[in-house]
Each structure stands twice: as structure tokens, then as C-alpha cells.
Design a protein around this ligand. Structure first.
Ligand SMILES: Cc1cc2nc3c(=O)[nH]c(=O)nc-3n(C[C@H](O)[C@H](O)[C@H](O)COP(=O)(O)OP(=O)(O)OC[C@H]3O[C@@H](n4cnc5c(N)ncnc54)[C@H](O)[C@@H]3O)c2cc1C
Length: 387
């Protein structure tokens, strides 16, 4: 057992950290407030190869794994730039394409994802189905040699920045009469696909949308994979990378908040010559949050290592636990940081309260803490399903 990164992973971490710090949280917040995107940061990260670290080399990527992508997510977040689209585009879409796309789909999409010139976002959530993916109502019907898609999706991140949306729909399996899921690569400018931006209480340059699919016609090769049978495994292929990278983003955000707060409490003096951090009422909550973040990081490392070793089932348990732990730790760390900063904690200048919405959302999305507890109760503890 080792807890060390390889020299290459160490270098990647240092380089991404340096890039993130050059932009920093004020850049992230300014972009969000101006209604703009982090275009420069994304482009530079793409040029330097960080967005494609997990994409096979033959498609322009770095040939690494989710361990490397988690490093990128964590270090950018630790610099105050938690980019959710890293989870959506390189983690989910690139993994699904690499593992289950046709050769033609891989060649067409992966190089652009690797160099950052393209983004593919992911649409599964629906207003009626919510956490219950079995209730998906978006339907794909054969139409000549293509498909016709109809349905609604909600909270879909980054549609305004992406060339394609990977839409999860249901198809009718004529052999069994059962509905089965399928994934479609739908251009964001496809006729019949419209969107409306949701107003979210999250300070972020990345937006969420309602998507309406009204008779969206896509050609046969928009279906991800060689056949309809690719749908379910492709859907599951995206889950572990999603959980692990979103956890890494949470851990990085927690580190960022604790660092900002610790700098402040070590120097702020309001009782004679002693820093407020010398009072345990201030330092213990920070230390407690630091312990929770570090525990989450260990679980992320375990999950990523299992995933990269091809041990998908074990990675599923560890990835869910890592996501749960990091979501809770990030929310605790940011809340604690705000508290120990006092009034400064609520200012934009100190750059911590700006993360409250994001870390709160991290306990809900992309999978809620309750659905993870359900998963652990059923699959680890052997409890009956209650729903
Ligand atoms: C910032 C943000 C970005 C997002 N980006 C995307 C995206 O890019 N693509 C995408 O497809 N989706 C996205 N989502 C949607 C997200 O995945 C869902 O919000 C999440 O899965 C929860 O679904 P819901 O909101 O419908 O909650 P609901 O399913 O309505 O659940 C509401 C509450 O009830 C709890 N609950 C539900 N069922 C149970 C149960 N059986 N047992 C215990 N508790 C239960 C839930 O945990 C939750 O707390 C995003 C959401 C947010 C907030």
C-alpha cells in the first residue's frame, strides 16, 4: 500500500495548482458575476493537456486515468476555481465515449474534448423522475434511419458552452416490449431542442438549464455505441468517474476554504496580542473540518485507484462513499471558514461565502447524500430497498 503519487502525478498536481493560482477565486467570481464563462482558464488547461489527462493517447489525450483527472479537479478547486464542467465533459462524456462509443464517435469527439475546444454535457435529470431514473420520460423512437427524441430535462449544466448534449432517453425494446435506456449525442443547435436558463443561487460561471426536446431528429449514428445494448453499460460507465471527480472538486474546495480561514485566524488579533486562532473555539472547528477533508481525500484516492485498476464494483462503493464524505466535508469547511472569518467571511473580498451555494449543491448533485446512503444501506449493509 502506498499513499504517494507517482512523480508524474506529483508534477501534474504542482502544474495544475500553479495554473489555478494564476487565475484564482477572484477571476472565477468576476466571471460568474459578469455572466461570462471561464473561457481563458478552460482553453489554457486544454492546451496544457489537463482536460484530456484521462483520454486515450490515440485520441489526443494523456492516457492516464481518473486518478489524474481527480488531481486536476481538486487542484483547480483548491485554487478557488471549482469547475463543474470538468465532471460533466472530461469525466462523464469522455469516459462514456472512450468505453462505449463507436470508433467513429471516438475519433470525432475525443480529440476536441482532450484539447478543450469541445465540450459535451450530460442530460439525465427530468422534472418528473428526479432521483428515480427508472421513471425517465424522454423517449426515443425510430424515425426512418434515424431517431426522434421527445421529453424534458432539468438542471442540465453547461448547455450554453457545449457542442453536444449526451441525452439519456428510453427506447422500446421490440423483443421484450420493455423500455430500455439509450444515450444520444445531440447537437446543442439541433432543430426542436430549446433551453431556458434556470436562476440558481450558486455563484458560478457555469449555468443550469431546462431542456425541451420536441421532435428532435437525430441520425442513426447519434446513438452512442454500436447498438441499443450499449445504453445501460454506457450509462453506468459514467457514474464512477462522476462521483470520484465531483468528490475531488469538493475536497479541493474544502482545502481552499480552510486555507483562507487559517491564514486569517493566525494573524487576526482582537484580544491583546493573541491571534483568534489561538482560541480553541476558533481553531478546533477548523481542525475538525481539515480532518474531514483529509478523510474524504483518502477515500477519493482509494476510489480512483480501484477504478483505474478496472475494479468497477469496488470503485462504485468507494466512489459513492468518497462523494458523500467530500460533499459533507466541503460544506462543513466552507461554513466553518465563514464563521471564523467573522464579518469578513460574508464579504466578497475574502472569497469564501461565494462558495456557500456551490458546496450546498454538492450535497444534492449529481447524486444526493440520501441516495448514496440508500446505496450503502442496500449494497454494503444488505438492507432491503425501501422505495
Ligand atoms: C448545480 C446542479 C447541477 C446539476 N447538473 C446536472 C447535469 O449537468 N445533468 C443532469 O442530468 N442533472 C444535473 N443536476 C441534477 C441533479 O443530479 C439532481 O438535482 C439530483 O440528482 C437530485 O434530483 P432532484 O433534484 O430531482 O431531487 P428529488 O429526486 O426530487 O429529491 C428531493 C430530495 O428527496 C430526497 N430523496 C428522493 N428519493 C429518496 C429516497 N428514495 N430516499 C431518501 N431520500 C430521497 C433526495 O435525496 C433529495 O434530498 C444538477 C443539479 C444541480 C443542483
Amino acid at each position: 500500500m502506498t499513499f504517494d503519487l507517482t512523480p508524474e502525478q506529483d508534477q501534474l498536481r504542482d502544474a495544475v495548482r500553479a495554473l489555478g493560482r494564476r487565475y484564482g477565486h477572484s477571476y472565477f467570481v468576476e466571471k460568474a458575476r459578469a455572466g461570462e464563462h471561464t473561457t481563458e482558464l478552460w482553453a489554457e488547461a486544454g492546451r496544457l493537456g489537463y482536460l484530456g489527462v484521462n483520454i486515450p493517447t490515440e485520441y489526443g489525450g494523456g492516457g492516464g486515468g481518473i486518478t489524474e483527472l481527480a488531481i486536476v479537479c481538486e487542484e483547480l478547486a483548491a485554487a478557488g476555481c471549482p469547475l463543474l464542467l470538468l465532471v460533466v465533459s472530461p469525466a462523464i462524456a469522455a469516459t462514456v465515449l472512450s468505453r462505449h462509443g463507436t470508433e467513429e464517435q471516438r475519433k470525432r469527439h475525443l480529440p476536441g474534448l482532450a484539447d478543450g475546444s469541445q465540450k459535451i454535457v450530460f442530460a439525465i435529470t427530468e422534472p418528473e423522475a428526479g432521483s428515480n431514473f427508472h421513471r425517465l420520460g424522454t423517449v426515443a423512437r425510430r424515425d426512418g434511419d434515424g431517431w426522434l427524441l421527445n421529453g424534458r430535462k432539468c438542471y442540465i449544466s453547461g448547455v450554453d458552452e457545449a457542442g453536444h448534449v449526451l441525452v439519456v432517453a428510453r427506447t422500446e425494446d421490440s423483443s421484450t416490449g420493455k423500455l430500455k435506456p439509450a444515450l444520444f449525442l445531440v447537437p446543442t443547435d439541433a432543430a426542436g431542442l430549446t433551453r431556458s436558463k434556470l436562476d440558481m443561487e450558486i455563484v458560478s460561471p457555469e449555468n443550469q438549464f431546462l431542456l425541451y426536446l420536441d421532435d428532435v431528429r437525430v441520425p442513426a449514428d447519434a446513438l452512442l455505441g454500436e447498438s441499443l445494448d450499449a445504453g445501460l453499460p454506457a450509462l453506468f460507465a459514467g457514474l464512477n468517474p462522476e462521483r470520484i471527480t465531483v468528490a475531488a472538486m469538493g475536497a479541493g474546495t474544502g482545502r481552499y476554504a480552510i486555507e483562507r480561514a487559517s491564514e486569517y485566524t493566525a494573524t487576526r488579533k482582537v484580544w491583546g496580542g493573541r491571534s483568534i486562532g489561538s482560541h480553541q473555539g476558533v481553531s478546533h472547528p477548523l481542525a475538525h473540518a481539515a480532518v474531514q477533508v483529509e478523510l474524504a481525500r483518502l477515500m477519493i484516492q482509494k476510489a480512483a485507484t480501484l477504478y483505474d485498476a478496472g475494479r468497477d464494483l469496488e470503485a462504485g462503493v468507494a466512489g459513492n462513499m468518497a462523494k458523500y464524505a467530500a460533499g459533507e466535508a466541503a460544506a462543513l469547511a466552507v461554513d466553518t471558514a465563514v464563521q471564523v472569518l467573522g464579518g469578513a467571511g460574508m464579504t466578497t473580498e475574502y472569497g469564501v461565502a461565494t462558495l456557500l451555494g456551490a458546496v450546498r449543491a454538492g450535497r444534492i448533485a449529481p447524486v444526493s447524500r440520501e441516495m448514496i446512503l440508500n446505496f450503502v444501506a442496500q449494497h454494503v449493509l444488505g438492507q432491503d430497498k425501501s422505495y
